[in-house]
Design a protein around this ligand. Structure first.
Ligand code: V47
Length: 388
């Protein structure tokens, strides 16, 4: 429990709290989740059947209670945020996934591509802010040369020396390796030499071949995504992982996705955070006739991923996709990170995202405090920069 004043002073739980825990445990038992609670309390891994039971359980508060046990065991009351800037350098893409409103053909009116000078300008525009991470993601561009990507990393480092660049999903890295004509590990070493610090978790979607065939046939397979992530970890890079939910995927497909990530993490321990991404249907082929995800679906995905991914240190409630309000509530359902100040995100906004494109650190701190958590400003690798 946290005192009202001061960030990190702890007090022993009062008897009232213990009564609450006992009552909740009995309630969880009544809800038919007693065996899962026992596994969670004793640190045993949940099976895919457990995951299915959780996804299909109607009681969202019970799920939140369970996920919160793991959340608080791993991260206490801490809720992380980062000062960051997103740069989506180009939306020209050969994959043209059916769930994506961002990717465009080269001749599309809304297609764009930033020159290295424009990227420099973007970084320069925000030099007065204490940004510790520049997050770079684009499409699979048909004809930019490999040197564009190395020049971009160099330019960002020159404009903001020492900044951590989290860039290029496994999908982009796979493409860059082809461009460079080198194996993935060698390609990554070339990128690290000019400033790559870690990789974001995009492009994972849902690993199931059925889903990929129906939604993103031209994208690398789930197996390829996992292979690139594994090589990145073996090369010394930390990466994130995502799952795009709320379209045509089944509960079983979500769980197989989570299980594949959990198995890779057992091998490499290279994942930092998992980010469940809520599908935004507007302006997408897959979205025709489909609605936005509901609050309950969003919270379930946060809670179940916290419980299944027992070896992932962090679960992000990405406010850009969840909205500030839902992201704040997610902090009681397993999430321990709100991502960052962001600025100029385009992928969600082209798909009808209605959140702001950036929020200030003061808003993030207020949202976290109001949720009864302790705001912690972090860097990309979760080193604590400030307990706020
Ligand atoms: O790879 C595309 C997804 C991802 C839509 O690593 C969509 O910390 C919802 O991965 N609705 C890019 N999602 C964003 C991403 C990310 C974001 C924030 C933090 C991190 C991190 C990673 O967005 C894509 C794709 O999976 N996406 N279209 C859509 N219509």
């Amino acid at each position: 429990m946290r005192l009202q004043s001061g960030c990190d002073r702890q007090v022993h739980p009062p008897p009232l709290f213990l009564t609450f825990v006992k009552r909740m445990d009995a309630y969880i038992e009544q809800a038919g989740l007693g065996q899962i609670l026992e596994k969670i309390r004793t640190g045993k891994r949940l099976s895919l059947d457990d995951g299915k039971k959780l996804y299909e359980h109607p009681n969202i508060l019970a799920l939140g209670y369970l996920a919160n046990i793991v959340r608080e065991r791993l991260n206490g009351d801490k809720t992380y945020f980062i000062y960051n800037q997103h740069i989506n350098y180009s939306n020209i893409c050969t994959n043209l996934c059916k769930f994506c409103a961002f990717g465009r053909k080269r001749d599309d009116q809304l297609a764009y591509e930033m020159s290295i000078d424009e990227i420099r300008k973007k970084v320069r525009e925000r030099l007065d802010e204490p940004i510790s991470e520049v997050h770079v993601v684009g499409g699979v561009h048909p004809d930019l040369p490999f040197s564009y990507y190395t020049d971009m990393l160099r330019a960002i480092q020159e404009e903001r020396p020492g900044v951590h660049i989290q860039a290029f999903t496994c999908v982009e890295i796979h493409h860059l390796a082809q461009l460079a004509g080198k194996p993935v590990d060698e390609t990554l070493r070339l990128l690290i030499e000019v400033g790559l610090g870690s990789m974001p978790g995009g492009g994972a979607e849902v690993f199931s071949p059925r889903i990929r065939k129906l939604t993103c046939e031209d994208k690398i397979s789930g197996e390829e995504w996992l292979r690139v992530a594994k090589i990145a970890h073996q090369t010394g890079l930390k990466t994130n992982a995502t799952m795009l939910y709320g379209h045509i995927e089944t509960v079983e497909e979500r769980l197989e996705h989570l299980d594949a990530l959990r198995r890779l993490q057992d091998e490499t321990n290279g994942f930092l955070a998992f980010i469940p991404l809520a599908f935004h249907p507007k302006n997408t082929e897959l979205g025709i006739g489909r609605s936005n995800t509901t609050g309950i679906n969003d919270l379930k995905n946060v809670a179940v991923s916290r419980l299944m991914l027992d070896n992932f240190p962090h679960i992000k409630a990405y406010w850009i996709m969840l909205g500030q309000k839902m992201a704040q509530v997610a902090l009681a359902f397993g999430a321990d990170d709100m991502d960052g100040t962001v600025s100029e995100e385009r992928i969600t906004h082209m798909a009808g995202g209605e959140t702001e494109q950036a929020i200030g650190h003061k808003t993030l701190i207020r949202l976290i405090r109001e949720a009864g958590r302790q705001p912690v400003q972090r860097d990309t690798l979760y080193t604590v920069l400030e307990n706020c």
